[in-house]
Design a protein around this ligand. Structure first.
Ligand SMILES: C[S@@+](CC[C@H](N)C(=O)[O-])C[C@H]1O[C@@H](n2cnc3c(N)ncnc32)[C@H](O)[C@@H]1O
Length: 236
């Protein structure tokens, strides 16, 4: 591992706003923040631009960036400390383990910012808007809690809309290109590292805002078959 990466991994251990696989935090986040304000997650936060940006915009809400990569998280956590943002924190864990760290209904809202699109059909279950993940989010999110997806991947955007249609998600906002000539909200204007990389080379940023149904159906095998069929139709 490169020296800088190792150094950052060591440094976050001393940051009081970084929690690595913490024990006993389930149901305790408001106590940690010392207020009763809403708790909002940024999943796949990377360098935590949304965690820091939203915490700056909304001092009366608490923000937690979640990611597995400590060296990326270091950048956001350091910025939050330097800017004395007491309403921003970071949780280092796999998103698959999210239910270990939050109690039912403890989370008010979720942002998913530029998650890996996992383009191969065989990896579809790793997409952060796959029903497998939505079921986990549902266990910690309050009912009617909003989920935001911001992505440069047209594939992930289309996939999430397909999931929305098949699993009865309620789409509140659907913007195929947020940077068309109109005024956008300050939160959508926050730019992340991956947004600036434009890996999909689409020069287009998609945004979806949705609410989960009361119960998320289990039709994941049918979803997988549909994805396979769509691919075969595209190749024919
Ligand atoms: C493409 S980067 C986006 C980072 C940041 N949101 C941005 O826009 O710059 C995706 C991030 O998701 C994280 N990630 C992917 N799958 C994860 C998982 N299952 N659990 C935790 N983190 C995950 C990666 O470590 C990586 O930092």
């Amino acid at each position: 591992m490169a020296q800088k990466k190792l150094l950052r991994f060591a440094q976050i251990k001393d940051f009081n706003n970084v929690h690595e696989y913490p024990a006993g935090m389930q149901g305790e986040w408001r106590t940690y923040f010392k207020n009763n304000n809403p708790v909002i997650l940024e999943l796949a936060c990377g360098r935590g631009e949304y965690t820091v940006g939203l915490a700056t915009l909304y001092p009366n809400k608490n923000f937690i960036g979640v990611d597995i990569k400590g060296n990326r998280m270091y950048i956001g956590a350091k910025k939050a400390l330097d800017n004395k943002l007491t309403n921003a924190a970071f949780l280092r864990t796999q998103i698959e383990k999210i239910t270990d760290y939050f109690s039912p209904g403890e989370v008010d809202e979720i942002w998913i910012t530029f998650p890996d699109p996992q383009l191969r059909i065989s990896k579809a279950k790793k997409r952060l808007t796959h029903p497998r993940f939505l079921r986990l989010y549902q266990q910690v999110l309050k009912s009617d809690g909003i989920i935001h997806l911001k992505t440069d991947s047209p594939d992930l955007y289309d996939f999430t809309k397909l999931v929305a249609a098949k699993y009865d998600l309620q789409i509140i906002k659907d913007d195929a290109n947020i940077y068309t000539d109109k005024i956008i909200t300050p939160e959508l204007n926050i730019k992340t590292h991956y947004e600036s990389l434009d890996i999909a080379q689409s020069n287009t940023i998609h945004y979806l805002q949705f609410i989960l149904p009361v119960k998320i159906k289990n039709e994941d095998d049918a979803l997988q078959q549909l994805l396979q069929k769509n691919i075969e139709a595209d190749l024919a």
